[in-house]
Design a protein around this ligand. Structure first.
Ligand SMILES: *[C@@H]1O[C@H](CO)[C@@H](O)[C@H](O)[C@H]1NC(C)=O
Ligand SMILES: *[C@@H]1O[C@H](CO)[C@@H](O)[C@H](O)[C@H]1NC(C)=O
Length: 312
């Protein structure tokens, strides 16, 4: 009897494991084959070897690039070195990167670990750069003022909040106001792996302002990129392991109402029309995370690898 019970429990355990394992592989899209779609004149951006996880391009063509991300469970070539913010001018024929100097008395450069970034330009053209950072694998948002002449970032403030435990990406809607995604619910590495493995879908998006912080969307299987439409009416959230992009209507009180879901697996079949402009199986670029367009030029970034610059 006892033996039978042990066997039953073992069997249930194995079934549970197999079930989650197959769903996990499917969610990870582990055995996907990528058909190449090439673009003319692609070049690596010189000087980027340790990632370009996020990129934001200003209206004048200046691009901010976060590099050197170190994240539990993800490869890094940065080997313990702090991350950086790079600047590149998309108007140049053969753009070069410049490392932005970080100034400000209260900022610990040695633990700077930049991830998602976003800019906000106010009425008098001051540009604020908001950067998700993971000092000692915690989550903060670092607020900087961009000083174009000096090619520097003045650190103004570090933002931490209990509703921002595991930040991934950010989209600024004011100098100290933003929407952000938490890619996991847990902070503990062990619990995080179980959270993803079991597909709990406890990841959330949060609105932050100095006066008010609230969860605006929840139930994601790894919320990742977040962005806003150019007219500021819609917010987009990428749900990585469900292969979906969620579209929300943004209200005056900053709450979000779900409008529709774009399923990325039907990318070629469904309306609205989605076109794959570039695809590559990892020979050229590994772990790409972001793509930005400026005047017919495409800039593609990666978690830990290089950055690629192409003509569309
Ligand atoms: C925010 O605004 C929307 C649309 O006007 C409304 O439906 C919703 O109840 C408001 N929510 C809060 C918390 O004020
Ligand atoms: C992975 O993604 C491709 C393209 O979206 C899809 O055709 C394929 O079925 C997916 N594979 C798995 C294992 O989900």
């Amino acid at each position: 009897m006892a033996k039978l019970m042990v066997l039953t429990i073992l069997g249930l355990g194995l079934a549970f494991f197999r079930d989650h394992r197959s769903s996990y592989l499917k969610r990870m899209n582990a055995s996907r084959e990528v058909k190449s779609i090439e673009l003319p004149n692609c070049k690596f951006v010189k000087g980027i070897e340790t990632g370009s996880e996020d990129i934001e391009i200003l209206h004048n063509g200046l691009a901010f690039i976060s590099t050197g991300l170190q994240y539990p469970g993800i490869k890094s070539f940065a080997s313990g070195k702090p991350g950086k913010i790079l600047l590149m001018d998309m108007n140049e024929e053969d753009p070069r990167i410049v490392e932005l100097k970080i100034t400000g008395s209260n900022f610990d450069l040695s633990s700077f670990n930049p991830h998602g970034i976003s800019t906000f330009t106010d009425e008098d053209n001051t540009v604020y750069l908001l950067v998700v950072s993971h000092p000692d694998f915690k989550s903060t948002v670092e607020l900087f003022k961009f000083q174009e002449e000096e090619k520097s970032l003045l650190h103004l403030k570090t933002i931490k909040h209990e509703l921002l435990p595991s930040l991934n990406d950010i989209v600024a809607v004011g100098p100290e106001h933003f929407y952000a995604t938490n890619d996991h619910y847990f902070v503990n590495t062990y619990l995080r792996s179980w959270e993803v493995y079991l597909g709990l879908a406890w990841s959330q998006a949060v609105y932050y302002s100095p006066n008010e912080v609230r969860v605006v969307a929840r139930g994601f299987d790894f919320a990742n990129g977040i962005n806003i439409s150019p007219d500021g009416k819609y917010v987009y959230i990428a749900e990585l392991l469900a292969h979906k992009i969620h579209v929300y209507e943004k209200h005056a009180n900053w709450t979000l109402t779900p409008l529709k879901v774009l399923r990325i697996q039907n990318i070629l079949a469904e309306e609205p029309k989605v076109t794959v402009v570039y695809a590559e199986n990892g020979t050229v670029l590994q772990g790409s995370t972001v793509a930005c367009v400026y005047k017919g030029k495409l800039l593609v970034g990666t978690v830990y690898h290089k950055a690629l610059y192409c003509e569309l």
